[in-house]
Write a protein that binds this ligand. Structure first.
Ligand SMILES: NC(=O)c1ccc[n+]([C@@H]2O[C@H](COP(=O)([O-])OP(=O)(O)OC[C@H]3O[C@@H](n4cnc5c(N)ncnc54)[C@H](O)[C@@H]3O)[C@@H](O)[C@H]2O)c1
Length: 316
């Protein structure tokens, strides 16, 4: 049994990682329960974790260095660093908030983890680090030119992780997540908004012409990649893609959800949003080579499971 700290463990991805670990490990969740989306959803996420086993929850902010020191001490083996101000659009409105949480917060986590002798910090990064597309699929050699303040903050955090490995010998791995979806997903993400509205037959808005493409990754694939990193040092020092390995247009995504739900929602096209990436698609070759990563769940199966979860009447 290891002692594992999960920053942002009340959020979508962090709570799934916690849920998968809580039976076999001592799990400590630190999260400031930020009000970016409703607190009730974070409480629900925590309840799902606690229903599986005993985790310790600490309400605290990772920008507070003393707080981080009190959570990550020399009894901690691994840290999953999921806490962040996620979301591209909010970062365009207020670039300081993601910078504080994602850059300063990450620096706090890394410096304390180094001092505490943590065995590995696994950092949630993002496909947003790529930004401007020069070719697809993105492999890790693709230039990183973020197109949003959020992307800049995730890239800075990744560089800090690499540098802490190279300069201080703290084992770190950054996983570049590609648009993650599934039960309990963030309510501000496209699949969540479209599904809620389409189940209610309400009009949906697509920003742009809907021909932008996304590589959507089912949550189970992300959890597995994270858990596999407890067992191997093969990826230490790396940043690597964990995506679905396929892309679809937003118009096709709507068509899939329409087919599953039978919705008659009207589609309204609106202006493209600043900061949104045009296309994403992951080459997952590096993660496959280093940790045997293989995205098992197809978009069709993943969407069906997600819609079924909604239909069970659970809050989005
Ligand atoms: N969901 C995706 O599609 C996606 C894609 C790429 C990268 N990511 C990254 O994955 C991680 C998890 O994303 P998510 O979708 O689960 O988001 P989320 O918002 O559901 O979870 C993040 C959690 O971090 C907490 N948090 C925010 N600022 C904090 C702070 N200063 N101190 C402590 N806790 C803080 C929030 O309260 C929240 O519970 C983030 O680092 C995000 O940038 C997510």
């Amino acid at each position: 049994m290891s002692k594992i700290v999960i920053t942002g463990g009340a959020g979508f991805i962090g709570s799934h990682i916690a849920e998968a670990l809580v039976q076999d490990h001592e799990v400590v969740i630190v999260d400031n329960l930020d009000d970016y989306y409703p607190l009730a959803l974070k409480q629900r996420n925590l309840d799902c974790v606690m229903a599986k086993g005993n985790a310790t929850f600490i309400r605290g902010d990772i920008t507070d260095l003393e707080l981080v020191r009190s959570v990550i001490d020399d009894t901690v083996d691994f840290v999953y660093h999921e806490a962040a101000q996620a979301g591209v659009r909010i970062s365009v409105e207020d670039p300081f908030k993601p910078n504080n949480a994602n850059v300063t917060g990450t620096l706090n986590v890394l410096s304390v983890a180094r001092d505490a002798g943590v065995k590995r910090v696994i950092n949630a990064s993002s496909s947003s680090v790529y930004g401007k597309v020069q070719y697809l699929p993105f492999d890790e050699k693709h230039p990183t030119q973020p197109v949003s303040p959020y992307g800049v903050s995730k890239l800075a955090a990744e560089h800090y992780c690499r540098v802490f490995y190279e300069v201080y010998g703290l084992p770190t791995v950054s996983l570049r997540y590609f648009t993650v979806y599934g039960p309990r997903m963030r309510p501000d993400l496209g699949i969540s908004i479209f599904t809620r509205k389409m189940l209610a037959n309400e009009p949906i808005t697509i920003f742009g012409d809907g021909e932008q493409t996304r590589d959507f990754t089912y949550i189970d694939n992300i959890v597995k990649a994270n858990l596999d990193l407890l067992k191997t040092s093969a990826a230490d020092g790396y940043a690597m893609n964990v995506g679905g390995g396929h892309r679809i247009t937003v118009n096709d995504l709507i068509a899939h959800i329409r087919e599953i739900t039978g919705s008659v929602s009207e589609v309204v096209y609106s202006d493209k949003q600043k900061g949104d990436a045009e296309h994403t698609l992951a080459n997952v070759g590096l993660a496959s080579e280093l940790i045997g990563y293989k995205p098992e769940t197809t978009i069709g199966d993943g969407l069906r499971t997600y819609v079924m979860w909604h239909r069970q009447g659970v809050k989005p």
